[in-house]
Design a protein around this ligand. Structure first.
Ligand SMILES: Cc1cc2nc3c(=O)[nH]c(=O)nc-3n(C[C@H](O)[C@H](O)[C@H](O)COP(=O)(O)O)c2cc1C
Length: 246
């Protein structure tokens, strides 16, 4: 891709296409068994590598799992997840979520959780069905491709910021190819076991996992559309000239 290339579409069509890819990216939690050709996966990563990173550090490293490799990893993690006695062995490589949930994040977290469980007919307190649904994470929701993203442990928080841009680019590039994704922090508590199973080079830390594939639109969980706050609730426009003009 020539990065100085002129847009391939008119201004309106271009905006519509880019906006469509961003807005239709949503977390899909049920996939068709239809395989994703390796060239398609490479093409997505080849676009995502154009993401910005401080000092062009490009701190990303991707592990792509399909077929037997994905099945073996999923089975090993599912076995651990189903065995409460192994819980004390688990730890997370970094704090992704806050240690204490406060407003408004607590309410947003609860809403998305109950909206998903509500669609699936899982009632509050049905711990067994919640465990089973959560466990679908470890099978990548049956997606044909599982991705793991790692970063050099030596790097700082800024590299996680860069990583977020890369992950979004992967997800948006997937949409442009008719594919869907679900980023997954659920794998973090198994980071040590995943590092062993996939033989991560020493010093590489798991950032997150991701499902990639074609959505099974017949599954009710894929009808979940999460809400967003309007721009005015999170934006402050500063225009000193305007403020002093009055
Ligand atoms: C880094 C990251 C980790 C996430 N981890 C999980 C996960 O482990 N399992 C899951 O089902 N969804 C996960 N999600 C999806 C979020 O729940 C989802 O992005 C959010 O509810 C907004 O919904 P949307 O992605 O459909 O727009 C994760 C999202 C991000 C960005």
């Amino acid at each position: 891709m020539n990065r100085l290339k002129a847009p391939p579409l008119s201004t309106d069509a271009l905006r519509e296409a880019v906006d469509w890819a961003i807005a239709t990216r949503r977390s899909v939690r049920a996939y068709l068994p239809r395989p994703v050709p390796q060239e398609e996966i490479e093409s997505i990563l080849s676009m995502a590598r154009f993401s910005a990173s401080g000092m062009n550090m490009q701190p990303w490293h991707v592990h792509v799992l399909t077929g037997e490799a994905k099945a073996r990893l999923s089975a090993a993690i599912a076995e651990l997840d189903d065995d409460p006695s192994r819980l004390p062995e688990l730890s997370e490589p970094y704090d992704y979520y806050p240690r204490e949930w406060v407003s408004p994040y607590l309410e947003r977290r609860r809403k998305v959780g109950w909206d998903l469980y509500g669609l699936l007919g899982i009632s509050k307190g049905d711990k067994q069905r919640m465990h089973v649904q959560h466990g679908r994470n470890y099978r990548f929701f049956d997606a044909p491709v599982g991705l793991f993203f790692t970063v050099d442990r030596e790097l700082q928080e800024g590299s996680l910021l860069d990583y977020g841009m890369f992950l979004q680019s992967v997800m948006v590039a997937a949409r442009a190819r008719g594919l869907h994704t679900c980023p997954q922090a659920a794998f973090l508590k198994f980071h040590r076991q995943i590092a062993d199973l996939l033989k991560f080079p020493l010093g590489q830390m798991l950032v997150c996992g991701m499902s990639l594939g074609y959505a099974d639109e017949s599954c009710v969980e894929n009808t979940l559309v999460t809400e967003r706050e309007p721009v005015c609730t999170f934006t402050t426009f500063h225009d000193i000239a305007k403020e002093t003009r009055v």
